[in-house]
Write a protein that binds this ligand. Structure first.
Ligand SMILES: NC(=O)C1=CN([C@@H]2O[C@H](COP(=O)(O)OP(=O)(O)OC[C@H]3O[C@@H](n4cnc5c(N)ncnc54)[C@H](O)[C@@H]3O)[C@@H](O)[C@H]2O)[C@@H](O)CC1
Length: 487
């Protein structure tokens, strides 16, 4: 599991060390970490001696890191060129560069093969206008974070030079894990500068492969179908029958004991044609150990009645429930209260638009706050909604944010924009349901971690599917099987 801290938290952690007069030592350590990554990138492309490395240098400590790194690179034979973006540069860093024989230029030299972005770090306020990067630059390495990325949120206010690698200091930053910041950062490498004892609790985390696969573990040797998990699916309608197939297919592909489908004839027939192993019927009676409700349900009286039946079944049995799509527009505060009182694990899976509609209906006094933060800070939006409704919220988007009512948050970035196609959300709902329905054999995972594991599996399957070209949602279940077969 990866853990990230806000830029603000990292700056606070630095404070005692700076007060103790260790600022220069910290900077040199950070800069040496940066230079080491640059050396590796250069060596992968040819000899270091004779190569040209340029750095865009801002006036703060981020520029200071870049200047020190250039001085180390110069001593290994590279032509090291500082390009200031303001009127001043970090004095000690500049002196180090000059002592090493580096130089200062007004523009990035045309023959530079590698560019260090050392303009803005955790002290950035708002955006900037990057210069044109010469075409010969083969690699961009960001110092601490790509300039212009908000280290606390991942929001990019203006422009950014997309990095191939970001070398970040002290700890992984939240801004490198979320949205545009994560996209601009490229591969992220963390350089330890000794902040560990001062860091405290992480702001958020991200599941890695093994964490997610532990949730979707293969069956134990003596499992039977009821012990592996039975998922109830209340999805699809006469108008939108296909959603039922997508939810069931992805759940089956993730390896469950049984899928039970509750819905109208037409949708049930489609489900059975695709998966004769599904137990289908009009109502919710059965052995389901968790339910997914919502995809393709519609908004008519029948949809309301069907959702009410599922909520009742979950309340009666204390069963976990995933509410997705149409169910997000139908569920009431009273439903959520009953589910909470019955001890049900509840996961809501909105995208941004659904989250704002949910806020408008269920927490109208917070609508303005949610509208303000939804686009800029999806972590704050998901956390706010999880806290207000006391349920786990999985907010879909370029970064999937899973937040628990106590603020614990996981973010996943595995998928790409290829997943932005109709029906993939239905597949995700099936995977979240599967994660909740499964019997746990080892350490029990918190609900928010199960939701994040489903997001990991969904995103990774999306990446696998995209390798073969553009795809539709019905391709995802086979990619889910492929991902799980590789464990
Ligand atoms: N303080 C230390 O000892 C350490 C600092 N570190 C580095 O220091 C960075 C933080 O340094 P600073 O606090 O100096 O902050 P930055 O270097 O991120 O930027 C601050 C400077 O940029 C200006 N600025 C802010 N926003 C701007 C904008 N939108 N356009 C133009 N100029 C803008 C500010 O007025 C200030 O002069 C970290 O990101 C990291 O790279 C690391 O070396 C670790 C140790």
């Amino acid at each position: 599991m990866l853990h990230a801290y806000t830029g603000t938290a990292v700056r606070s952690a630095e404070r005692p060390l700076l007060d103790a007069g260790k600022g220069d030592a910290l900077m040199r350590r950070a800069a040496w970490g940066l230079a080491s990554v640059v050396l590796r990138e250069l060596r992968a492309r040819g000899p270091v001696a004779g190569s040209t490395v340029a750095a865009l240098v801002g006036k703060g400590n981020n520029g200071g890191d870049a200047l020190w790194a250039l001085s180390f690179l110069r001593r290994r034979g590279a032509d090291a060129v500082a390009v200031p973006t303001g009127k001043t540069m970090h004095e000690v860093g500049l002196a180090a560069l000059r002592r090493a024989g580096g130089r200062v230029a007004e523009q990035v030299p045309e023959n530079a093969t590698l560019l260090i972005d050392g303009v803005l770090g955790t002290g950035a306020r708002g955006g900037w206008e990057p210069p044109l990067v010469p075409e010969g630059v083969a690699v961009v390495v960001a110092c601490d974070l790509p300039s212009g990325v908000d280290a606390d949120t991942g929001h990019v206010a203006g422009e950014v030079i997309p990095a191939d690698v970001t070398v970040t200091f002290g700890a992984l930053k939240t801004g490198l894990m979320v949205g545009a910041g994560a996209h601009a950062a490229g591969r992220v490498e963390v350089v330890d500068i000794g902040l560990g004892p001062h860091l405290g609790e992480p702001d958020l985390s991200s599941l890695e492969r093994d964490d997610a696969l532990a949730v979707f573990a293969p069956p134990a040797w003596d499992d039977h179908k009821y012990r592996r998990g039975v998922l109830g699916v209340c999805a699809g309608s006469e108008q939108y029958p296909g959603a039922s197939v997508l939810v069931c297919s992805s759940a089956i592909a993730s390896g469950l004991g049984m899928v039970q489908y509750a819905g109208p004839r037409r949708a049930a027939d489609l489900v059975l044609a695709a998966h004769p192993e599904v137990v289908a019927g009009p109502g919710v009676d059965g052995k389901a150990q968790a339910w997914v409700a919502g995809p393709g349900l519609g908004s008519d009286d029948d949809a309301r009645r069907r959702l009410a039946e599922v909520v009742d079944a979950c309340v009666d049995g204390g069963l976990p429930l995933v509410l997705d799509a149409s169910a997000l527009d139908l569920v009431s505060l009273e439903d959520l209260g009953r589910l909470r009182s019955a001890g049900c694990q509840v996961v809501l899976t909105p995208h941004q638009g659904e989250l704002l509609r949910l806020a408008g209906r269920l927490v109208p006094e917070m609508k303005t706050t949610f509208t303000a933060v939804a686009g800029l800070d999806p972590v704050a939006a998901a956390r706010g909604m999880a806290r207000e409704l006391a349920v786990v919220v999985l907010l879909k988007g370029a970064t999937t944010v899973c937040a628990a009512p106590d603020g614990r948050t996981l973010v996943q970035n595995e998928g790409g924009a290829a997943l932005a196609t109709a029906g993939t959300g239905d597949c995700l709902a099936g995977l979240v349901g599967s994660a909740l329905a499964r019997t746990e054999h080892g350490r029990p995972s918190p609900t928010v971690e199960k939701a994040a594991a489903a997001a990991w599996l969904h995103g990774t399957a999306g990446a696998v599917a995209a390798e073969a070209g553009p795809f539709g949602a019905s391709t995802l279940p086979s990619a889910v099987r492929h991902v799980l077969s590789g464990r």
